[in-house]
Design a protein around this ligand. Structure first.
Ligand code: NAD
Length: 485
């Protein structure tokens, strides 16, 4: 199997020799073989990245001072350079974290380029000031300024898109950004750096510091950072939020989930494409997506039918090599993640849930787990309350719409979810009572123009849409008590 080894870091827009001596080794999720390595950034490398970002940000004629049109053109060139590298990016991701290649084609490089182009368009359209006639002053001019140097901490599950949910709006706003990717998925980050350089992203505006959570913690608390954007586990998010609270540093948190897929009693279980939509909403990327509806709520009157549908969907999903175009379920991203998922499967059995499909480790090398369906799950059990982050679904029976809403909301999390019904008004009325940041009707797909994020333990703040751009902007009100004159 081919390997990609890097000996430089992308700091301040240049390829430089690392200041520390450590290396991060990357393994294939499907074969466990070493597929590459990169230098681990040291604290001194983070210092250099933050200094470069600060210099780029404070340059009076630099990035932030450019006309939006000029920044937008760079974002679009960046998108073009990502497009040129699509196949390399999705192959790298698939090999690293086991994301099936067909899923990577939908969720990764193309989505990143879309975000860059979307935010380029948004800053072109955004007026320089919002003039508001006042109640106590004659007029106020509300202006937006970039927040400054951004530290972006991203997980391994959808590494490129989750990086660009931060990089695209932050750069569009005029910020400089230091990205810390997860050690499991650093190879695709290098392709992003190559694209940035080829696109002419100015020096200092983007740096990448590969490393683990200690390095992440160092970056989060760095005195040269103005804002932190974190996507990851709720546990990690809490630690980041605590550090930011002490520093009074703005932070956005996209965290874990345990969303509900609610089948109403009028759901059309034979609808065209329902298998595909259900798979995308509950199992895509081997169950390693934060918004998936892993608690399936089924009305008692149609309980067996819903289980039958899920069973058919799971059994029809080919498990195997993520690079194979036929594969729908690949391995877990790491041995640690596989062991965690298997431990939850054991816990589900021990708590009395009934295994309908799967229930163990899949054979062969690689960190594979069988797609697993549990029935008769109690919503208070661990498999219903804790985020598993694997291809494991729990079916929970309910008695009425009110009961379904109560169970859906009986969770520490509040990120995504779905409602399945043949009556869209009824579905919307149920959906609006579910306490989550997003929810889909008869399917689920995050939309770049609409705010995405969580409530409760699923996070604080919103990405995507104009709201995502605003999270990298400070608002300044300039009062004209007597008018502009
Ligand atoms: P994780 O929290 O272990 O790590 C995420 C990133 O944060 C990594 O880069 C890690 O090195 C870093 N990190 C961890 N602790 C840190 C700390 N104290 N200070 C600074 N950096 C720290 O999460 P993971 O296992 O890599 O990712 C899976 C988790 O991410 C799941 O819980 C999933 O639900 C969540 N996630 C959320 C969203 C969302 O948009 N809400 C999207 C994808 C994944």
């Amino acid at each position: 199997m081919s390997r990609t080894d890097h000996d430089k870091l992308y700091i301040g827009g240049r390829w430089v020799a690392p200041l520390g001596g450590q290396t991060l080794t990357v393994r294939s999720a499907a074969t466990e073989e070493i597929i590459g390595s990169v230098p681990a950034a040291s604290e001194a490398d983070v210092d250099a990245a933050v200094v470069a970002a600060r210099a780029a940000f404070t340059d009076p004629i630099g990035w932030r001072a450019w006309e939006p049109e000029r920044r937008a053109a760079v974002l679009e060139r960046f998108a073009d350079e990502i497009d040129k590298r699509t196949e390399s990016i999705i192959t790298a991701i698939s090999r690293q974290n086991g994301m099936p290649i067909t899923v990577a084609r939908k969720l990764e490089a193309g989505f990143s380029a879309l975000l860059l182009r979307y935010y380029a368009k948004l800053i072109r359209e955004q007026p320089a000031e919002d003039v508001r006639p006042g109640m106590l002053v004659k007029e106020t001019s509300v202006r937006r300024h970039p927040v400054g140097v951004v530290a972006a901490i991203v997980p391994w599950n959808v590494p490129q898109t989750l990086t660009f949910t931060k990089v695209a709006p932050a750069m569009a706003a005029g910020c400089a950004i230091v990205v810390k990717p997860s050690p499991e998925t650093v190879l695709d980050a290098y392709l992003m750096a190559e694209a940035a350089r080829a696109a002419g992203v100015p020096d200092g505006v983007l740096s990448i510091v590969p490393g683990g959570r200690e390095l992440g913690a160092y970056l989060v608390s760095h005195p040269g950072v103005d804002k932190v954007a974190f996507t990851g586990s709720t546990e990690g998010g809490r630690a980041v939020a605590e550090a930011c609270a002490r520093l009074l540093r703005p932070v956005s948190l996209e965290l874990g989930g345990k969303s509900a897929a609610i089948f109403l009693d009028d759901a059309d279980l034979d609808a065209a494409g329902i298998g595909e939509s259900l798979f995308a909403a509950t199992l895509v990327n081997n169950g390693q997506v934060c918004f998936l509806g892993t608690r399936v709520l089924a009305p008692r009157s149609r309980y067996a039918e819903v289980i039958g549908l899920l069973e058919a969907v799971m059994k029809a999903a080919p498990v195997g090599d993520p690079l194979d175009e036929q594969t729908l379920i690949g391995p877990m991203a790491s041995a640690r993640q596989r062991d965690r998922v298997l431990a939850y499967i054991d816990a589900g059995r021990a708590e009395g849930a009934r295994v309908i499909v799967g229930g163990g480790r899949a054979s062969g090398p690689g960190w594979f787990v069988q797609p697993t369906l549990f029935a008769d799950v109690d919503n208070s059990s661990r498999i219903a309350q804790e985020e598993i982050f694997g291809p494991v679904l729990s079916v929970i029976p309910y008695d009425s719409d009110d009961d379904a809403v109560r169970i859906a909301n009986d969770s520490a999390y509040g990120l995504g979810g779905t409602v399945w019904s043949s009556d869209s008004d009824r579905a919307v009325s149920v959906a609006s009572r579910v306490q989550t940041g997003t929810i889909g009707i008869n399917g689920y797909a995050p939309e770049p123009t609409a705010p995405f994020g969580g409530v409760k333990a699923s996070g604080i703040g919103r990405e995507f849409g104009p709201e995502g751009l605003a999270s990298y902007q400070n608002f300044q009100s300039i009062y004209f008590p007597a008018g502009r004159g």
